[in-house]
Design a protein. Structure first.
Length: 74
């Protein structure tokens, strides 16, 4: 969400309400904003944020590669 300009957990409702975006991302089900907030608080303890950053970078890179492949680019 933050990569796309999201500013709060409530922006999840935008994704919930957009079936085309959910289909594009292959996200049939999404957690509630409360669930995501609880998970983020737990993740922020210790080294959780460093791990989350690594996962985020890999997911973004994979989606960028997938997008380039779809358009016929290397």
């Amino acid at each position: 969400m933050l990569t796309g300009g999201g500013r709060s957990l409530e922006d999840l409702w935008v994704i919930h309400a957009d079936p085309v975006l959910r289909r594009l991302l292959s996200w049939e089900r999404l957690p509630s904003t409360d669930t995501v907030g609880d998970w983020l608080r737990r993740t922020g303890e210790g080294e959780g944020l460093a791990g989350l950053d690594r996962v985020h970078r890999r997911v973004v890179a994979a989606h960028l590669r997938k997008g380039c492949t779809r358009q016929g680019e290397p």
